[in-house]
Design a protein around this ligand. Structure first.
Ligand code: C5P
Length: 236
């Protein structure tokens, strides 16, 4: 049976912390919109997988123009974004369900979800995540925390916590396709900041933590773009 797996790249955020008129995923990274690098690197990691880019409805036309301007022809599907990240992912998951329903000969083993604003994703990381999926519902990259961590109470007071007990979670996060599709049928909650939390809430809590990469930054604040450019120059 033919197998088609999917990368969902969520790019429908407004990127308000980054500043400027344009959301960060469309800002310049090495001479073209950052999102192009993210698409290209996921494609290079798994050339046979389909890529779905989730865009806010008002960016779809501009994205088409950007692709023409930069002669960016790498094949990808477009889904429309929603009010939160989880809604945006859900729209892409629905598109995958429709494609699977229309293709009785095809099957989908895994779906990954990746933040557009992490252009420094690497092939070794994607490969490690896919192979960890064999024994788990999902595989997610996570890094030890190097800053000291304080827990803030409801009254604004704070106390130090043991940082060795915490991990900072990155994307891409890769899941068994049928389980991710099932998880996204539940009502979406505001505390779903990533897809691992959506899976867990649906009872799919066998999540394998794979070593994250400190270079796999999420471009968030002004200045991060220059750092991403530097990291891209030294990663594969
Ligand atoms: O806001 P934050 O940086 O956590 O967003 C993570 C990712 O989710 C970004 O790539 C952003 O474009 C995407 N997003 C989305 N739809 C939303 C909100 C965020 O696709 N409504």
């Amino acid at each position: 049976m033919r197998e088609t797996n999917y990368h969902i790249i969520v790019a429908a955020g407004s990127g308000s912390r980054y500043g400027g008129n344009l959301p960060k995923q469309f800002c310049d990274l090495n001479g073209r919109p950052l999102l192009m690098t993210t698409i290209e690197r996921l494609h290079d990691a798994t050339p046979d997988a389909e890529i779905i880019v989730v865009l806010s409805a008002d960016m779809v036309e501009m994205w088409g123009e950007m692709c023409r301007e930069h002669a960016f022809t790498l094949s990808h599907l477009i889904a429309t974004g929603g009010p939160t990240r989880a809604h945006s992912v859900k729209n892409a998951v629905t598109l995958i369900e429709q494609r699977l329903a229309a293709d009785s000969c095809g099957r989908c083993r895994w779906i990954s979800v990746h933040d557009a604003a992490r252009p420094v994703v690497t092939r070794p990381m994607v490969e490690a995540l896919i192979s960890s999926l064999k024994e788990a519902d999902g595989a997610i990259p996570a890094c030890r925390v190097t800053d000291s961590i304080r827990l803030i109470g409801p009254d604004g007071s704070s106390h130090a916590v043991d940082r060795s007990m915490y991990r900072a979670v990155q994307t891409p996060q890769i899941f068994h396709a049928a389980k991710l599709i099932a998880a996204y049928r539940q009502p979406l909650q505001p505390e779903f900041t990533d897809d691992a939390s959506v899976m867990e809430a649906a009872g799919y809590d066998a999540l394998c933590l794979v070593d994250g990469d400190p270079h796999n930054i999420k471009v968030t604040n002004p200045g991060d773009m220059a750092i991403a450019s530097l990291y891209l120059a030294e990663t594969i």
